[in-house]
Design a protein around this ligand. Structure first.
Ligand SMILES: *Cc1c(COP(=O)(O)O)cnc(C)c1O
Length: 391
């Protein structure tokens, strides 16, 4: 039978066709009026998508490039910083700050859980130059409570810069960037904005700009002050990924189009879409006998599921690919074989969720030998959808 390849990974995510066309047509030079118009339009759209009055910059790199930029532009060797980590991407913050000579204090939560606020309160010190955290920890599909963390920072260490990796959080969870005082919030192109990998974007607060004047870590390609100067003119410091910029413009137009051209409402609709698909997926997989890996603070970006004791999640990932050309993500690192992850961020709709759960019924029955009644996962998801979309 025909099997269409379907991506259900939390980055890269399925590509928006309109963005692919824009990308293919983008044979423009980056030092021309045409590009400046495009670049300024996309930067203005990104401010609305991120939901901030702060500057938003666009970098030609994967998301980790913007994470590195946050570290090098804001810190000096020897700075004490606080890292909150609950998975592989939290561990990336620890590795990054160490690579640039910072001295991290670390608050960690077990894989599959979020932080204990009392531990953050006890660890956070006014001398911390910055606090680094994920909005959603994609490796475990956990959502962290950034609003509460920002409030704690305001109470305990108001001078500490709050740097949030929102690479899968943007477009799947709500942020009040200016109200909460998020100093840097980072996104990536291959996640909720439905385009190919290769762009990172980040909002930068006035406090963060001021902090760059005293930060002594080396930076060259990712010198944010240089990018800001060029962005004012509608340019990037170096050759930007022009085709991806065009794709991003088309994707943000599409997101706005979901709410009659209002990008802010479109972003809210995109978050709701991820929330409903995530809730439907959780209900469907629980109905099949799987255990949620992050039951207390599940992200809408992705769902992580533990396979029953004694079974291997790699078998599920492999069988979904072999039988249905359906690509999911295994657990990372020591979680490999124990969990698998499916995404809801970006260009996923309700029928994608139904397709996944229908396929999972076959896999649960034939690959894992679970007692499946056809329709049981799909039905649970349909109930969630019906309730969520009730007029
Ligand atoms: C995908 C992702 C990243 C960035 O990874 P890149 O491969 O550099 O784009 C960082 N943090 C989180 C939470 C992610 O999901």
């Amino acid at each position: 039978m025909i099997r269409k390849t379907r991506l259900y990974t939390p980055g890269p995510t399925p590509l928006l066709p309109a963005a692919q066309f824009a990308m293919a047509a983008a044979d423009i030079h980056h030092r021309t009026p045409e590009f400046r118009v495009l670049f300024q339009k996309v930067l203005a759209q990104l401010k609305v998508f991120v939901g901030t009055r702060n500057d938003v910059l666009l970098l030609s790199s994967s998301g980790t490039g913007a994470m590195e930029a946050a570290v090098t532009n804001l810190t000096s060797p020897g700075d004490r910083v606080l890292v909150l980590t609950a998975g592989k991407f939290g561990e990336r913050w620890t590795g990054l700050v160490r690579a640039f000579g910072c001295v991290p204090d670390v608050v960690s939560a077990p894989y599959g859980q979020t932080f204990d606020p009392a531990q953050i309160r006890a660890a956070l010190k006014p001398e911390h130059r910055a606090l680094f955290v994920q909005a959603t920890e994609t490796s475990t599909a956990v959502r962290h409570d950034i609003e509460s963390i920002a409030k704690l920072r305001d109470e305990v260490a108001p001078e500490t810069l709050l740097v949030v990796d929102g690479i899968t959080g943007l477009g799947t969870t709500d942020f009040d960037v200016d109200g909460w005082g998020i100093d840097v919030l980072i996104g990536g192109s291959q996640k909720a904005v439905m385009i190919a990998p290769g762009l990172a974007y980040l909002s930068v607060s006035e406090r963060a700009w001021a902090a760059m004047e005293t930060a002594k870590n080396p930076r060259y390609y990712f010198d944010l002050r240089k990018e800001r100067k060029n962005a004012v003119k509608g340019e990037s410091a170096y050759t930007p990924a022009v085709a991806l910029v065009a794709a991003l413009g088309a994707a943000l137009d599409y997101i706005a189009g979901q709410a009659a051209g209002d990008l802010e409402k479109g972003r809210i609709a995109l978050v709701d879409n991820a929330e409903v698909n995530a809730a439907a997926t959780r209900a469907g997989l629980v109905a099949l006998g799987f255990t949620l890996f992050a039951p207390t603070a599940p992200a809408a970006a992705a769902t992580a599921v533990a396979v029953p004791e004694g079974m291997d999640s790699s078998a599920v990932v492999k069988a979904l690919k072999a039988r249905f050309a359906l690509v999911t993500a295994n657990g990372q690192g020591e979680m490999q074989g124990k969990i698998f992850r499916v995404a809801h961020l970006g260009f996923f709709d309700y029928l994608d969720t139904i397709a996944l759960l229908g396929a999972m019924e076959h896999i649960a029955k034939d690959t894992l030998g679970l007692p499946v009644v056809y329709g049981q996962a799909v039905e649970a998801a349909q109930r969630v959808y019906a309730e969520a979309t009730k007029p």
